[in-house]
Design a protein around this ligand. Structure first.
Ligand code: PBG
Length: 325
């Protein structure tokens, strides 16, 4: 045979493969989501997320120090609100002494360089488990946006570096930017969940925070997974309204969307490898059906290859350890 192109030459051994690899994963790419609980010395494993925990602030600080030492530069905070503080206004969300606000301060105090991002949505605080205020069985947009703005401002006041609105209400990025500007929080970033789909892959997360919707589903605000152009529209609007980073969520069933948005926008793109995606790999690995370490690295690399500059993933710590080996 006389071949002009022998594609296998560049695959001959690990050295040449590494030299020509188009995508490299580093701990700098990761955002580590953390679930926070009240109390002290609390560490509860999430039933549907093996080896992932909800922790009180003291143990969270320990964890964040470890993440920092592994090269992870960012955490994304979610809190579990006590039942007695839940209502239909979400007012606990902007309590200056709330669990979220105390956690932000504690982390920024202990590891000032760690970028602290906070989830902004009403579901953990809502008696209905919805991301917004409910009136006559409907999730009402404009009053919810007002609440989210107050919530974002209070996170900024506590020291958050980025607020991350995950609610999918219309117009919230603009109003959040406006309230931050109005109060002189000119250094607080907004990472918008711009294309967040109504997905079954959030199930384990809702176990972690006890935040499953009490009635109906989230399809009147989160996107229909049949849609692609709508994701572009949503994302461009968020950028116009002031988003610094945009996000696509979930990740692996939406790699086409990640790529399309990456090709369309000029701000950093992040993707959220969600709880159900974590659970799938864990469950298969537990049964010996998948090699966990390989599945983690292949999954995260595929998300980066699709176009994500940043990846929020429950595997952040595991992957950083594997990459640092
Ligand atoms: C809250 C929120 C959810 C997730 C992130 N922020 C749940 C939801 O929208 O129901 C899901 C994260 C995950 O599944 O890992 N608005």
């Amino acid at each position: 045979m006389y071949l002009v192109r022998r594609n296998r030459i560049l695959r001959t051994n690990a050295s040449i493969r590494n030299l020509v690899a188009e995508t490299t994963l580093t701990p700098n790419d990761f955002i580590a989501p953390l679930f926070i609980d009240e109390g002290e010395g609390v560490e509860v494993e999430i039933a549907s997320m093996p080896n992932y925990y909800r922790r009180s602030i003291d143990l969270t600080i320990k964890e964040v120090k470890e993440l920092w030492s592994l090269g992870i530069k960012s955490v994304l905070l979610f809190i579990k609100c006590k039942d007695e503080l839940k209502d239909n206004t979400g007012k606990e969300a902007w309590n200056p002494d709330g669990l979220m606000q105390r956690t932000i301060k504690a982390i920024k105090n202990a590891i000032p360089e760690m970028i602290v991002m906070t989830d902004v949505a009403l579901d953990p605080y809502s008696i209905y488990g919805h991301d917004g205020i409910v009136e006559n069985g409907e999730i009402v947009n404009d009053p919810t946006v007002e609440a989210l703005a107050k919530m974002s401002l209070s996170h900024a006041q506590a020291g958050a570096d980025f607020v991350a609105p995950s609610d999918m209400m219309d117009g919230r990025i603009g109003i959040i930017r406006k309230i931050l500007e109005h109060h002189d929080y000119t250094k607080t970033g907004i990472m918008s969940y711009s294309a967040k789909y109504a997905s079954c892959f959030y199930g384990p997360f809702r176990d972690a925070l006890d935040s499953a919707p009490g009635f109906g589903d989230k399809k009147t605000y989160q996107m229909d997974y049949a849609n692609r152009k709508e994701a572009i529209r949503e994302t461009l609007i968020d950028i116009e309204e002031g988003a610094d980073i945009v996000m696509i969520k979930p990740a692996m069933a939406y790699l086409d969307i990640i790529r399309e948005i990456k090709n369309t926008v000029d701000v950093p793109v992040s993707a959220y490898h969600v709880s159900g995606e974590y659970a799938m790999i864990k469950a298969a690995a537990e049964r010996g059906w998948l090699n966990e370490e390989k599945a983690i690295l292949e999954s995260l690399t595929s998300i980066k290859r699709a176009g994500a500059d940043l990846i929020a993933t429950y595997f952040a710590k595991d992957a950083a350890k594997l990459l640092n080996k």
